[in-house]
Design a protein around this ligand. Sequence first.
Ligand SMILES: [Zn+2]
Length: 166
Amino acid sequence: MNAPQRPPNADPPIPSPPNEEQEAENACRGGGEITQEDGSGAAVATAMLAELKREMNRLQREIRLAIQAQLAQMSGRTLGSMEANRELARSIQEMLDAHGLRVRCTHCGHPAILRVSPRAGAAAGVFVFDHTIDGRRTFHGGRVLMPEIRLVAKPARRPRGEQKAG
Ligand SMILES: [Zn+2]
């Protein structure tokens, strides 16, 4: 019991896939470990990540514009019932969320979530922008027709320290 227990299969032989052979060779020459003495590996990785980031930003922008172009066709319309309008707003929000996007409030410009709220005299509800302004949940809009949709990036979460108490 005082000897450290070793599971019977502590070192199972791992067959290395073909594309790892190069690494294995380098490892042998380096004395059994992969080393980055000259730092070139890190430089290559940094450049690669920068390139990847540019590419992702470009794709993200294309996605944003593509979604916006489609949603533009819905503006000024209503689907005629509260359920249908709510389903529409929910679907839009789901899609935007998946791509880190929000709609821009047409009243104040803040990133917002499009919702449909009940309102007296509006059987199909009204479209509102749901957002937090100065720490308060705020609703803007309130038209029976779908507003113009402009997409913006979802704001980053504020660090704890910046949040106001209350
Ligand atoms: Zn607003």
